[in-house]
Design a protein around this ligand. Structure first.
Ligand code: NAD
Ligand code: DAU
Length: 337
């Protein structure tokens, strides 16, 4: 049977990897990618699949009920909602757009999903909704209270609460997945790993926040895509699944490894003022998804980072166009604002 899926935010980092992975691994599938193309959405991320008959791109905003309704009323088997403002630093200076897309966008999709009786809905959330861990505290389970620290994570937590409220009030059972920090090809070079790789290529400094000892739980994007596909097929409606890399590392360690692999000097590290409200440590307990769906990450950090560095090395045009602002100019010419 042909499965029709609406994927939102498919021109971003994880969404584009997810679409490519679905097209590679599933025959009987058709995908609509609804993306408004913000600064982070890049039409080139899916250049290789644009002629695939199973794939269709629609430029539009998830907060626009008319656009969403038009796509859903023709019948869709599932919605996977990646669309979001995703960068913590930006949320400190321009929170309103985070609240609009991440909260009102999710609400708009939920309303439409109920109206058009969409059988499955996967809300892509984040480990940041749980807040920050102390050095010895156990990793977050799905039952940990939500204690977000930034406008970004507060907006994602609000979206998760809306999903649960729609379940309680209207009986609509969406699934929430909460991933840890992803890295891999096509990640926008404002996030720490691609920023540091591309800066190091160009012998520019690597701005390390605070003392560099904050810890993140790193997950190679292909592993995350495999987990989300499994949840899409076999996840239980109404459940929440953590998706983590079981790979806690300090930023300082990541920075050293990148410099080492590229043969660049440690003098490129520049300690800068800390991010306000900077969460100290994230770590996810993934027992539930392991036990119930049989998923675990395949990539070791060494291997994932090697592939990531290789990709940025081979795709200089992609990130240089972004870093020089060329890509935004292209979007304005072809797609308007
Ligand atoms: P990204 O910033 O690379 O991509 C976001 C995409 O959403 C872009 O293509 C953008 O154009 C699109 N978009 C933004 N606002 C939109 C709107 N109003 N309507 C339609 N499209 C819109 O983000 P990402 O890193 O790929 O993250 C994807 C999802 O995964 C987000 O929900 C994020 O919160 C979550 N997440 C990310 C990570 C990570 O490490 N990157 C980890 C956990 C969870
Ligand atoms: O944990 C999941 C989250 O991971 C996702 O929900 C977010 O969408 C995603 O952006 C990411 O958030 P982080 O804030 O953890 O990612 P970022 O790459 O911005 O930062 C990772 C760590 O590196 C963090 O401790 C801050 C630090 N950092 C970041 C930048 C951009 C620096 O030291 N210097 C930098 O220039």
């Amino acid at each position: 049977m042909n499965e029709k899926i609406l994927i939102t935010g498919g021109c971003g980092f994880i969404g584009s990897n997810f679409i490519r992975s679905l097209l590679n691994h599933r025959q009987n599938i058709s995908i609509i990618n609804l993306d408004v193309l913000t600064y982070a959405g890049n039409i080139d991320n899916l250049r290789d699949v644009r002629k695939d008959k199973r794939y269709r791109f629609v430029r539009g905003d998830i907060t626009n009920g008319l656009v969403v309704g038009r796509l859903l009323k023709k019948g869709v088997d599932a919605i996977v909602n990646f669309a979001a403002e995703s960068h913590v630093d930006r949320s400190l200076y321009n929170p309103a757009v985070f609240l609009k897309t991440n909260i009102l966008g999710t609400q708009c999709l939920l309303e439409s999903a109920i109206k058009y009786k969409i059988p499955r809905f996967i809300q892509i959330s984040t480990d940041e909704v749980y807040g920050s861990l102390g050095p010895k505290e156990p990793a977050f389970t799905e039952n940990h209270p939500l204690q977000p620290s930034s406008p970004y994570s507060a907006s994602k937590a609000a979206a998760d609460l809306l999903v649960k409220a729609y379940e309680t009030t209207f009986g609509y059972k969406a699934i929430i997945v909460r991933s840890s920090n992803n890295y891999g090809p096509y990640q926008f070079p404002e996030k720490v790993i691609p920023l540091f790789i591309t800066n190091a290529f160009e012998n520019k400094s690597l701005p390390l926040y605070g003392d560099g000892k904050n810890v993140r739980d790193w997950l190679y994007v292909e592993d995350n895509c495999a987990a989300i596909d499994l949840v899409l097929r076999k996840g239980q409606p109404g459940e929440i699944y953590n998706i983590g890399g079981q790979c806690e590392k300090m930023n300082l360690e990541i920075t050293g490894t990148i410099l080492n692999k590229l043969g660049k000097p440690e003098s490129l590290i520049q300690y800068v003022k800390d991010r306000p409200g900077h969460d100290r440590r994230y770590a996810l307990n993934i027992s539930k998804i392991k036990r119930e769906l049989g998923w675990q990450p395949k990539y070791k950090f060494e291997e994932g980072l090697r592939k990531t560095i290789q990709w940025y090395l081979e795709n200089r045009d992609w990130w240089q166009r972004i870093k020089t602002g060329e890509y935004l100019k292209f979007c304005r010419r072809h797609y308007g604002k």
